[in-house]
Design a protein around this ligand. Structure first.
Ligand SMILES: Cc1cc2nc3c(=O)[nH]c(=O)nc-3n(C[C@H](O)[C@H](O)[C@H](O)COP(=O)(O)OP(=O)(O)OC[C@H]3O[C@@H](n4cnc5c(N)ncnc54)[C@H](O)[C@@H]3O)c2cc1C
Length: 393
């Protein structure tokens, strides 16, 4: 397969690397450049809030590929040099160090940046968790902390709370929902997750938003709630969402709207594609635009992008999937469950803490969730596939 004369992938992580590998696997032999802002070679993020933070893995184990495998890609890998601008007409990316890299096809795979609280940068003791360096900085801080507050009642916040608690820290989880992950899981399973955390000693301060941080002499002392209360802390982890890393596309003329806006082929403009957490694309089977923040999507969307770069003209219509590991619980989700859906336990039971829940919206299966029941959940995934392929009434 010939394909374009050159491909430049911006973002050297899960989606970027997977795009490059898929291109080669499909027989692309042209020039290939991978450009990354971080100085580390491509590594995996899911272990950062679990194995790396808890100290059960060293950093080497997070590497997505060994050096020999990376060199087999026969590509130029430029690290530690963020893209700062894109000229769409000439398909040229400028980097912070002053490089101008042109290619016939460009893939935007720059992921997300954590949201922060006002004044966060001026206080020590406040952390985010997105990168390997973040995880390596947070671990000793948690080990030395006497009181930790996690701001964020979503997947990342609850994972960090679980790991920090297992490391022995005194942990409070704060967030605006009545139960963790309520907007995705609904109130009954959100409450079950809350129970799991409470049983392991996590203090829950939910149903009230965090409005800011308090500090003294440049060090954090706690977080302020909109009730006026303050939760004291010597370490605060801010994990309440992230925004697509698209600032370097400003002035390019590409449409950015909570992510790089792409068509059903993950194409933002002629020869320009988006993959992974940063990309918002038109999901033809769901009839809506979607942006997913999960590891499975990073690889699957990269495969679709590589296929489309090589002229296969495939719409990208995945069944969304993510997992989370918290304490002794493994949760798998297929499809798009949400808090408004009708939830039915279809295998196992919540009392046993081993079950599969089915989410239905307007009588149609929107998703399934497995709680310590991965195999059964995988089987139930077919119900989501069937619902997705059913004609829209
Ligand atoms: C701590 C943590 C735990 C997670 N756990 C799970 C989990 O259990 N299950 C799950 O399904 N998902 C999980 N995820 C989500 C999953 O890791 C992401 O969906 C996945 O990493 C997305 O890959 P990506 O390549 O699109 O983006 P990223 O992995 O964010 O990679 C983007 C890369 O682009 C680089 N970049 C940014 N701006 C520029 C620029 N201007 N120029 C060049 N490079 C740039 C960044 O430095 C980064 O290396 C987790 C994420 C985190 C942070």
């Amino acid at each position: 397969m010939s394909g374009p004369a050159g491909v430049l992938v911006v973002g050297a992580s899960a989606a970027g690397l997977a795009t490059a590998e898929a291109l080669r696997r499909k027989g692309y032999r042209g020039g290939l450049t991978l450009l990354g802002a971080e100085s580390h070679p491509p590594y995996d993020r899911p272990p950062l809030s679990k194995q790396v933070l808890s100290g059960t893995w060293d950093t080497e184990r997070t590497r997505l590929r060994q050096p020999a495998t990376l060199s087999e890609l026969d590509s130029e890998i430029i690290l530690g040099d963020p893209a700062v601008g894109l000229d769409v007409a000439t398909r040229t990316v400028r980097t912070a160090s002053g490089l101008a890299l042109s290619a016939e096809a460009i893939v935007v795979a720059t992921g997300l940046r954590p949201r922060t609280l006002p004044g966060q940068g001026e206080l020590t003791g406040v952390h985010v968790l997105r990168t390997l360096d973040d995880s390596l900085a947070l671990r000793p801080a948690l080990l030395a902390a006497s009181r930790v507050v996690i701001v964020g009642d979503g997947v990342l916040g609850t994972e960090i709370a679980a790991t920090a608690r297992k490391m022995g820290a005194k942990v409070t989880l704060a967030g605006p929902q009545q139960a963790p992950l309520e907007s995705q899981f609904g109130s009954s399973l959100g409450n079950l997750l809350g129970e799991l955390h409470a049983e392991h000693g996590v203090c829950l301060r939910l149903g009230t938003a965090v409005t800011g941080l308090t500090g003294r002499h440049g060090r954090v002392t706690g977080v302020r709630l909109d009730t006026g209360d303050e939760l004291p802390a010597d370490v605060v982890v801010v994990a309440f969402g992230a925004t697509p890393a698209t600032e370097w596309l400003a002035g390019s003329g590409l449409r950015v709207d909570d992510g790089l806006v792409c068509d059903s082929r993950c194409r933002a403009a002629e020869g320009i594609y988006g993959a992974g957490d940063v990309a918002r694309w038109q999901h033809d089977a769901l009839g809506t635009s979607l942006r997913l923040e999960n590891r499975t999507n990073a690889t699957q969307q990269a495969n679709a992008v590589a296929a489309n770069i090589l002229g296969e003209d495939q719409p990208y219509v995945p069944v969304p999937h993510f997992w989370t590991d918290q304490f002794d619980t493994k949760i798998q989700v297929h499809g798009l469950p949400n808090g408004d859906a009708e939830v039915t336990i279809v295998d196992g039971s919540t009392a046993e803490r081993r079950f599969v829940a089915r989410y239905q919206h307007n009588g149609k299966v929107a998703g399934v969730l497995g709680w310590n029941m991965p195999k059964q959940c995988r089987l139930r995934r077919q119900e989501v596939v069937d619902a997705l392929s059913a004609p829209v009434p």
